[in-house]
Design a protein around this ligand. Structure first.
Ligand code: ATP
Length: 656
């Protein structure tokens, strides 16, 4: 079966990627192999493709090959030029999220859609779909979102009001729907969900239905050819392009138009005031809800999943637990719903030891990083919330900020500020070949100092409990939009069983940890010392855990004990040995003293005996003494860190 998945994807690529350039990294025999990085593909632990996300890639052609992906739960192909019918996907009965909007799909919405019983979101808007809105949709009882707008769907609107009890968003606007709109549908979803159909009738503000409840020919669309009744459109007729925003149609009296406008305005105002009240309430209660079951409110977007979308929170009897799953925020200024997150266009940033990280751009342009935890987390909800409370309260300019979290039985998400400028690991080891921009000494020292300040804050905040970071390494030092270093992944070790934490996490290990397997602040200092030596030597240290697949640069030297290697070359702390240092650093003049001083900080941090190591506050002081002001100490947390416009730190040396 896994080979079938790879075969299906390969077929899909051959049939749709005419430009070939887009999916060039779809190579190798197995899309789900451990080291595989097939763009947009996500696999389950048993090697089956569960998610495919390829929006806006100018893909053209049919999608029938994807019907073989029998484990697929998330499919996002929106904004391409894909064509043919969508019926083939009805074989993918595990699908929960299906986004196909903005393509050239034609034919009818298949009756077999009813086999996709797990669907939570269905978006097939902005295509050329014709024929009726099938009644069979009413069996998709988990649906939260149904978007069918901007197609050429015709016939009457079925009554979903009693069957689709979870449906929050319905949009069938700009189609060719006719006849009586059931009052229950109008009342529940509002006139705005049905606008742009022209020939619907029913209760006010719609025109009254005639006795036969069929529209007069003059009230049907005037910008499309042929009759509006689907049954008389030959299935073989050429597809009439549907304008994405059709002009308003004729046929309504001015009075009715005024009534519709007033009704839409009223609905809009009600929605806006509800949203404002909702956001304010959310802001007031977000922190207090952590760890407090009584504080929880029922959320509109409480049933949700991300990416492969496994988070259907179902009770044993199959009912949906909508009561307790919601995004919990740590900052009243950042408020959005899980739905916004689900709707956001997402791009996989990478996989770590605890899960996969996605970059998600919300509708309002805000960008966040979403870490979707894999099943490494054994915690109960209350425990999870307590730990996240610890992380969420930690606000410092050199610590990646946790904005919110989501906990459901099968899905745990952590939402962070998106830090757009990569990691220290990438800056040091990425692209060492031709075309590399050297990482200058000023930037290095400033990043080390920033990271030291972040770590010192964690240690100081939790000095009594001696809570460590537990996973210090250069790939967990990320750069914000200003190029400042931020320690990421703080607090995640709390989610792991202590027995397994040390093996799972990929930070640089202190020697004492091979014996007692405990995380500690002193071990963090050791890891930080290794990081300093890494910055000085340009060499990637060994993670001492061959089972860990990361980091994976071609330049990483296997099993390099960096402190040992440096000590072997430098016997005396005053001794200068150019061989130790990164060649890139040797082109800068008059920095030998600073390099030596920094090397000594690295060496003292990596003392074999934990008691001999300095505290992180002392480390900060030592680095500040080397170069007085490299990284401005920002006391106030910079809320504007999150940005859509990444700025790359200057890497040409600006040394005095
Ligand atoms: N807040 C963020 N903003 C931007 N990119 C991020 C953010 N958090 C993580 N990433 C990126 O996502 C990818 C995966 O990160 P993740 O932390 O899961 O793995 P890791 O650091 O490689 O390993 P580990 O799980 O041991 O920390 C990395 O490339 C990382 O740089």
């Amino acid at each position: 079966a896994p080979q079938n998945d790879t075969h299906a994807l390969t077929q899909f690529r051959l049939q749709t990627d005419a430009h070939a350039s887009l999916l060039t990294n779809w190579t190798g025999a197995d899309a789900c192999a451990a080291a595989s990085t097939w763009r947009g593909v996500e696999c389950s632990p048993n090697g089956r493709v569960v998610a495919l996300s390829l929006p806006s890639l100018n893909l053209r052609g049919p999608i029938h090959s994807l019907s073989l992906l029998s484990y697929l739960r998330f499919l996002d192909l929106h904004d391409n030029r894909l064509n043919g019918t969508v019926s083939t996907l009805c074989n993918c009965t595990d699908l929960e999220l299906l986004y196909l909007s903005g393509n050239d799909f034609s034919g009818e919405v298949p009756l077999e859609i009813s086999s996709l019983r797990l669907l939570v979101r269905l978006d097939i808007s902005d295509n050329n779909l014709r024929g009726p809105v099938p009644k069979e949709i009413s069996s998709l009882t988990h649906l939260l979102t149904l978007r069918l707008q901007n197609n050429a769907l015709s016939g009457e609107v079925p009554d979903f009001s009693s069957s689709l009890v979870n449906l929050k968003e319905l949009n069938i606007t700009n189609n060719e729907l006719v006849g009586h709109l059931p009052n229950s549908m109008l009342n529940r979803f509002g006139i705005a969900s049905f606008a742009g159909n022209g020939a619907l009738c029913g209760d006010s503000p719609l025109p009254k239905c005639s006795s036969t409840e069929t529209p007069s020919p003059s009230s049907s669309s005037d910008n499309k050819t042929g009759p509006s009744n689907p049954s008389v459109i030959p299935k073989t007729s050429s597809v009439v392009a549907v304008p994405k925003n059709p002009p308003s149609r004729k046929g309504l009296s001015p009075g009715v138009i005024v009534a519709i406008v007033v009704a839409v305005c009223v609905v809009f105002l009600v929605v806006v005031s509800f949203t404002v009240a909702h956001c304010c309430a959310g802001g007031r209660t977000s922190n207090s809800m952590v760890g407090s079951e009584s504080g929880k409110r029922k959320s509109e977007s409480s049933y949700g999943v991300y990416a492969s979308g496994s988070g259907a929170e179902r009770d044993s009897d199959g009912t949906v637990d909508t009561e307790r799953s919601r995004l919990v925020f740590f900052d009243r200024r950042s408020q959005f719903e899980l739905e916004d997150l689900l709707r956001a266009s997402a791009e996989m940033l990478g996989k770590g030891s605890l899960g996969t990280v996605y970059r998600a751009v919300l509708d309002d342009g805000c960008t966040v990083a979403v870490k979707r935890l894999k099943d490494a987390n054994p915690c109960e909800r209350s425990e999870f919330e307590q730990y996240m409370d610890v992380v969420g309260k930690m606000k410092h300019p050199n610590i990646a900020r946790l904005i919110a979290f989501y906990y459901a039985k099968e899905e745990k998400l952590l939402v962070y500020d998106y830090l757009p400028n990569g990691s220290l690991h990438t800056l040091l080891h990425g692209n060492r070949g031709a075309g590399r921009i050297p990482l200058d000494w000023t930037t290095r020292i400033s990043l080390v100092l920033g990271a030291a300040r972040g770590l010192a804050r964690i240690h100081a905040e939790y000095s009594a409990a001696k809570i460590p970071h537990g996973n210090i390494k250069s790939s967990n030092v990320l750069l914000d939009k200003n190029g400042a270093a931020c320690i990421s992944d703080f607090g995640l070790f709390l989610l792991l069983n202590p027995v397994h934490a040390i093996a799972k996490l990929g930070g640089y290990k202190a020697p004492e940890q091979s014996e007692h397997k405990k995380l500690s602040q002193q071990a963090d200092v050791y890891s930080f010392g290794v990081l300093i030596l890494e910055v000085l030597t340009g060499k990637a240290p060994s993670h001492q855990h061959p089972s860990m697949p990361r980091p994976r640069t071609e330049l990483e030297e296997p099993h390099l004990d960096l402190p040992k290697w440096v000590r072997s070359l430098v016997k005396d702390s005053e001794e200068w040995n150019a061989e130790v240092f990164d060649q890139e650093l040797l082109r800068y003049k008059n920095i030998e003293d600073e390099l030596l001083a920094m090397m000594n900080v690295g060496l003292v941090c990596t003392e074999l005996e934990p008691e001999k190591r300095p505290t992180t506050l002392e480390v900060v002081k030592m680095i500040e003494d080397i170069r007085v002001e490299q990284s401005p100490l920002v006391e106030d947390f910079d809320e504007s860190r999150n940005s859509l416009s990444p700025s790359i730190p200057t890497t040409e040396d600006g040394m005095a």
